[in-house]
Design a protein around this ligand. Structure first.
Ligand SMILES: O=C[C@H](O)COP(=O)(O)O
Length: 317
């Protein structure tokens, strides 16, 4: 599947001001998604394998080392143990994660380790996680990361533009980042745990898409509240609205605190039901996660005892 890049559009403040969010309906829907079994038991292994292909395998710690990043890249290339691959009969799938996500300093190490693979390389940027460095330095940081091999740039927005509802300032900022990214895909992190209301989340999502975001992403993973289902529903409904109005598909990346396989399945069934199968592909959906893969591997181990059948592999394609 080839996804056309989001070209963005002129900021339409009337459109932004008209955005409403029905908080109680969103919360009800989130509750029902979380409460029911998201994927039938016999299909779970196939969906877990699919989830692996959608992970931006992440390390964003102050004590990151080249060795840690090399190990992470090795894991991205062979995300599950050889004995599990054999037991599942999926040697021919050449399963990998969608991307590796690191700080700028680790890009060269990661780019070398990922050479010859299709795994994307994402860099967090623009003064991640707070985004409070001067604008010209943030633009320079993006350019340096693209030069160092990143083909995806995860930018953070200036939260005060949201608090002050200064939508044109947010639009100009994100548009400048978009230009600096060049051919690299841009994921726009809203830090939804810090921008208070679902209405702010919805409006900021739309402004970022108008400014040319290829993905909108919930969180840095450093806020006290990260990805949640109500926030996700709010964001993906704006993605749907943007597509209905412009014809362009924008991707979604929930990030931060997603560490359980069963939560990943809830996210996947939400995407399928709300936006359709296109949003189950790595071009339009990623999990930003540092520890989800470990739990998926553990759950796959349980499944080997009987529920997996090669016939379910079509769900991965
Ligand atoms: O963008 C990715 C997040 O920083 C990962 O957060 P996590 O460590 O809570 O999975």
């Amino acid at each position: 599947m080839t996804i056309e890049r989001n070209p963005g559009m002129d900021l339409n403040l009337d459109w932004i001001e008209s955005i409403q969010v029905n908080k109680s309906a969103i919360e009800r829907r989130a509750q029902s998604l979380g409460a029911r079994r998201s994927v039938k038991k016999q299909h779970q292994a196939a969906w877990l394998l699919k989830a692996i292909t959608l992970i931006d395998l992440t390390t964003l710690a102050g004590d990151d080392t080249e060795l840690r990043v090399k190990r992470l890249c090795a894991k991205a290339k062979k995300p599950i143990r050889h004995d599990l691959v054999t037991a599942l009969g999926i040697e021919d799938l050449h399963l990998t994660t969608g991307a590796i996500c690191v700080y700028h300093d680790m890009l060269t190490t990661a780019a070398n380790a990922l050479k010859g693979t299709d795994i994307h390389l994402a860099a967090v940027s623009t003064g991640f996680p707070a985004g409070l460095t001067p604008l010209h330095l943030k633009i320079e940081e993006i350019k340096e990361s693209v030069k160092a091999g990143a083909d995806e740039i995860d930018i953070v927005i200036t939260r005060k533009h949201v608090f002050s509802e200064n939508w044109s300032a947010l639009y100009d900022e994100v548009k400048a980042y978009r230009e600096a990214c060049g051919q690299a895909h841009m994921k726009t992190i809203l830090s939804t745990g810090e921008i208070s209301t679902l209405r702010n989340v919805a409006k900021a999502s739309m402004v970022c898409m108008m400014a040319g975001a290829d993905f909108i992403k919930t969180s840095t993973g450093k806020e006290s509240v990260n990805a949640t289902l109500p926030v996700s529903l709010t964001m993906i409904r704006q993605i749907r609205e943007y597509q209905e109005r412009t014809g362009y598909k924008v991707g979604y990346k929930p990030a931060g605190g997603i560490s359980k396989a069963k939560d990943a399945l809830v996210y996947l069934s939400m995407m399928k039901e709300e936006l359709g199968d296109d949003w189950l592909q790595p071009d339009l959906f990623r999990f930003g996660a540092s520890s989800l893969l470990g739990d998926i591997e553990r759950q796959l181990e349980h499944h080997i005892t009987g529920h997996y059948s090669a016939a379910h592999r079509h769900a991965i394609g």
